[in-house]
Design a protein around this ligand. Structure first.
Ligand code: M8O
Length: 218
């Protein structure tokens, strides 16, 4: 089935998966209504590992989005598809240099930080998982802070919200979760705070999802 009975796109998501949150922000910013299918990454040994979900995403990760008759995984591929088919508001700047910077920062987070601290990796790391996650987030944030000094205006690249911002906020949330000292990254902290004032970042927040446990709701 390509979409829900309501005809809306269907997002397979987990409330505190940072990769799912990126896509929820894009959907919110573009005003796309959708149905959510929660995939609990911890319950039943991980619902993403179930055979039914392997059909949706062979990588057995969230997010996945059923939309327009296709099923997509990988948050940046999803966001770029939304951008090409539903271009307003724009999440990739028109200026080629700025667009490249947006993609650079997005990849920096999505390939260079998050995969090194994701659930599957930390489960294999075992006891040292907090230290491990802190190491890779710190390493990535030190570089990102330098990059942002050159690219940022109000947001990661200039003064328009872009795909890079959709990657930043969920990664800062993970940094807080793993008790990384954010005082060392004033630019990251400032941009994150500014973005969290926007409605799209609030409605998509991990504390406000259909599958957010009662004790974590806000
Ligand atoms: O602890 C849990 O509840 C399970 C998994 C996650 O939240 C997702 C991740 O840790 C990966 C990530 O989003 O970076």
């Amino acid at each position: 089935m390509a979409s829900s009975p309501s005809g809306k796109p269907v997002l397979y998501s987990y409330f505190r998966s940072s990769c799912s949150w990126r896509v929820r922000i894009a959907l919110a910013l573009k005003g796309i209504t959708y149905d959510q299918v929660p995939v609990n990454l911890l319950k039943d040994g991980g619902q993403q590992l179930a055979a039914e979900f392997q059909v949706v995403n062979p990588m057995q990760q969230v997010p996945a989005l059923k939309i327009d008759g296709i099923t997509l995984s990988q948050s940046l591929a999803i966001i770029e598809y939304l951008e090409e088919t539903r271009p307003n508001p724009r999440l990739l700047p028109q200026d080629q240099k700025k667009r490249a910077q947006v993609r650079m920062i997005s990849d920096h987070i999505v390939s260079g930080i998050q995969p090194l601290q994701n659930l599957a990796v930390l489960q294999r790391v075992g006891e040292k998982k907090l230290e491990w996650a802190q190491h890779y987030i710190t390493n990535g944030f030190q570089a990102l802070e330098r990059i942002l000094k050159n690219t940022a205006g109000r947001y990661c690249v200039g003064d328009e919200v872009s795909m890079a911002d959709l990657c930043l906020v969920p990664q800062v949330y993970n940094a807080e979760r793993y008790k990384v000292d954010l005082a060392l990254y004033p630019t990251i902290t400032r941009i994150n705070k500014t973005l969290l004032e926007l409605e799209a970042f609030q409605v998509s927040h991990p504390t406000k999802q259909p599958d957010t446990p009662a004790e974590l709701r806000a």
